[in-house]
Ligand binder design. Structure first.
Ligand code: BV8
Length: 267
């Protein structure tokens, strides 16, 4: 349980006019039952290193293996639901001027939780595209329109190349429009919360330093310290499914108290 005074200290910066950026990683989805990226995969996938599978070379070498891994992960995400941490970020939207979620996750849970401004830095498991982008980048493919199963990567109906998930693999650049938006948001926010990320994957991991250089207050939420922790003004140590609702409760209570005292002074 986080000390109340730590939460009060963090809550003070969330004024009604605050522009808040939230950089999230796999940790925020842990309490939805989705294994974090670095945890050993479950079952059949325990023998594989995710970092070796999430690459263009792995897909070129064995498209069916990589396809099956993503279909397995998509099935896990479909069964998962947003947890109290995702829902707290949606609730924050009513308490400040702007909340932009910059997520490294591909599970779609922020949008399902109701967050209205989500930047999917690394793409989404819910979208697929031609691996050659034969009709222009990206060439999205609705897999409901092509016969497919979870074992074999279907072939693009235009060019016959294998279809792949619309995610950013290691060694691939982030979509320029996405990286541009994320950079602007990081540079201009008043507060950046960093939730559930090991802070190891770039360029996402460089966004907190951009925010700090822009004068933002940095708040990290994680059960463990990370390479980002030294940048944080406040480190709230704990699982985000517990800490985020506690923090948003304190912000909401302060807001009610302030409005209450304004009303009584207006009388
Ligand atoms: C690129 C999609 C250039 C796919 C992913 C600079 C320095 C060093 C390296 C590089 C660099 N620039 C580029 C690189 C190379 C590389 C990289 O960063 N490598 C690292 C590993 C050293 N980066 C890239 O390749 C990027 N591309 O830079 O391209 C370029 C330019 C032009 C032309 C060509 C190329 C692309 C990176 C994107 C890779 N794709 N995902 C998929 O999902 O399958 S990354 C993937 O891993 C995830 O999306 C996520 O981003 C990352 C995992 O990180 P986390 O989310 O942090 O998860 P993790 O498991 O590590 O940690 C979980 C955390 O949660 C922990 O801290 C834990 O304590 C915490 N936690 C646990 N429980 C809870 C919790 N927190 C809260 N509550 C809880 N209950």
């Amino acid at each position: 349980m986080i000390e109340l005074n730590q939460l009060e200290l963090a809550a003070q910066t969330f004024t009604p006019g605050a522009r808040v950026a939230v950089l999230t990683g796999a940790g925020i989805s842990k309490e939805s039952g989705i294994p974090t990226f670095r945890e050993a995969q479950t079952g059949l996938w325990a023998q594989f290193d995710p970092q070796q599978l999430a690459t263009p070379d792995a897909f070129r070498r064995d498209p069916d293996l990589v396809w099956a891994w993503y279909r397995h992960r998509a099935a896990v995400c479909d069964k998962a639901s947003p947890n109290a941490g995702h829902l707290a970020l949606h609730r924050l939207e009513d308490l400040v001027r702007q909340v932009v979620v910059l997520t490294q996750n591909v599970d779609g849970l922020h949008v399902r939780a109701g967050s209205t401004d989500v930047v999917e830095l690394h793409g989404s498991l819910a979208r697929y595209k031609c691996s050659r982008n034969c009709q222009g980048s990206p060439t999205f493919i609705d897999i409901a329109d092509v016969s497919h199963n979870d074992e074999h990567a279907p072939l693009c109906p235009h060019c016959g190349e294998p279809v792949r998930p619309d995610v950013v693999w290691f060694g691939e650049p982030l979509r320029s429009s996405v990286l541009r938006r994320a950079t602007v948001v990081a540079r201009t926010c008043n507060i950046m919360m960093i939730v559930g990320t090991s802070g190891l994957v770039h360029p996402a991991a460089s966004l907190p330093a951009l925010a700090r250089d822009g004068g933002a207050t940095i708040i990290e939420i994680n059960p463990d310290r990370t390479p980002i922790t030294p940048l944080a003004h406040t480190f709230l140590q704990g699982p985000s499914g517990e800490v985020l609702p506690q923090l948003i409760d304190v912000i909401a209570a302060r807001r009610e108290a302030a409005e209450g005292s304004r009303e009584s002074s207006d009388r």
